[in-house]
Design a protein around this ligand. Structure first.
Ligand SMILES: [Zn+2]
Length: 69
């Protein structure tokens, strides 16, 4: 299990989000931004259309570097 903050994942608050795997973290983060930051969700959706792998490319290394708890 790893924990990252919304900020580290490209969001804009300090809420901690935990997941067992990167795939799960993507889901947790997606749900969080849709619930809490609709504007960020919209921006991410637009970026995703331009380059579907950009977010993962930039964010997954942070996940990999996060300590396993
Ligand atoms: Zn947030």
């Amino acid at each position: 299990m790893k924990t990252m903050t919304c900020n580290e994942l490209g969001g804009k608050c300090d809420q901690k989000l935990s997941a067992e795997s990167w795939d799960e973290m993507v889901k947790v983060m997606t749900k969080h931004v849709m619930d809490k930051h609709p504007d960020v969700a919209k921006k991410m959706e637009e970026l995703h259309k331009q380059d579907p792998h950009k977010w993962g490319r930039e964010t997954k290394p942070k996940w990999d570097a996060a300590p396993e708890v």
